[in-house]
Design a protein around this ligand. Structure first.
Ligand code: ADP
Ligand code: MG
Length: 351
């Protein structure tokens, strides 16, 4: 590319941003500053006008507590943009917030956004348009597993196989990559949210106690596991007794919670096995050396890496700071330059 002084100047003063538009959390990574925003992907809207009233952490705080004329939504719940306008408002809010943090007026940012690998053309276009109308000067899209792998420091551009498993809220993504391309990939809608629902169901069936989604998530994070723990744990679960209709607290153990989420965990394991089954033998040999990398919030489930290592007979390890991998990886594309990493980006069809 020819040297263009205007572009150079813009590049010098403007922000380069990597965004992880996750089903559970949205993270924004700004070049030179790191992760500046890490907030739940929740928006509270006015039910009648559909105008957003609160976004992010503030909106999640309101979940389950909204008056009748308000609605709390997760616009990306299943990994796709089901609520375009609300997603756009959310992006606008987060990009705007990043911009505000600068003292001097600066040109509009360049943005790289991670998208689920199962994304259709229409969904890609939706993310692109949302970013542009949210104030980006340039927008690039990258498949989340690639961004996650970059963020985790996997050598995906080399002539060598790498495998990443990204377990988020709505979706789990499994990808085997080599030479910057995807060799095998799988995406499934069983991830953290499903485990929360499992816990609600289990406690309801066993104790006639109805607990909220947020209580279930708390239980999963604190005592959930995929492998027997060196010391099993307990904690109180609070909800409403379905027989008496009154509030009640019971003590649940990590053994029970492991049983509650076991089928979701097994589904994820089976999907990874499936992907390995399709992986060419040379790459399997690479993986036996480098292992399988776990990213996303679900990677932090206690004992998951041990359980997987046991079942796959390949060493499974958790990326450093697994929840920020996608945002850091997306940011890296602009940091390292489009010349060297641009080939990892997704193209958009049409104008
Ligand atoms: P997404 O990319 O879909 O936004 P994240 O990567 O942010 O998702 O992960 C969010 C999921 O990770 C949620 O389901 C959350 O409950 C789960 N999670 C976060 N911390 C833990 C933990 N310590 N143990 C188990 N699950 C966790
Ligand atoms: Mg994610």
């Amino acid at each position: 590319m020819a040297f263009n002084p205007l572009n150079w100047l813009l590049g010098f003063f403007s922000l380069d941003i990597g965004i992880d538009l996750g089903t559970a959390n949205t993270l924004v990574n700004v070049r030179g500053k790191g992760i500046v925003i890490n907030e739940p992907s929740w928006v509270v809207i006015n039910k009648r006008t559909r105008q957003p009233l609160a976004v992010g952490a503030q909106a999640k705080e309101m979940v389950g507590r909204t008056p009748v004329d308000m609605l709390a939504v997760r616009p990306l719940r299943d990994g796709v943009i089901s609520e375009f306008e609300i997603t756009e408002a959310m992006l606008q809010y987060f990009i705007g917030k990043t911009h505000e943090q600068s003292i001097v007026p600066i040109p509009r940012p360049r943005v790289v956004i991670g998208i689920p690998s199962g994304c259709t053309e229409v969904e890609k276009r939706a993310v692109f348009d949302a970013s542009m109308s949210a104030g980006a000067r340039e927008t690039y899209l990258i498949h989340e597993p690639k961004a996650a792998a970059l963020g985790a420091g996997l050598p995906i551009a080399e002539i060598k196989g790498s495998m990443i498993v990204d377990i988020g809220g709505g979706t789990s993504e499994v990808a085997v990559m080599s030479m910057g391309g995807v060799v095998v990939d799988r995406s499934l809608r069983v991830a953290g949210d499903e485990m929360d629902e499992d816990i609600v169901q289990y406690i309801r069936n066993k104790y006639n106690l109805l607990i909220g989604e947020r209580m279930a998530e708390k239980i999963k994070v604190q005592i959930g596991s995929a492998y027997p723990l060196p010391q099993e744990l307990t904690m109180p679960a609070r909800g409403r007794n379905l027989v008496t209709g009154l509030p009640e607290a019971i003590e649940v153990s990590s053994v029970e919670i492991r049983e509650a989420i076991s089928s979701s965990v097994q589904t994820i394991i089976d999907t990874i096995k499936d992907a390995l089954d399709e992986t060419p033998p040379e790459i399997i040999a690479d993986l036996m050396e480098s292992g399988v990398c776990l990213a996303g919030g679900g990677a932090m489930l206690k004992g998951l890496a041990e359980r997987l290592t046991d079942e796959l007979r390949i060493r499974v390890w958790v990326a450093e700071d697994p929840m920020t991998c996608v945002a850091r990886g997306a940011g890296l594309v602009l940091e390292e330059g489009l010349d060297s990493l641009g080939h990892l980006l997704e193209s958009l069809e049409g104008p």
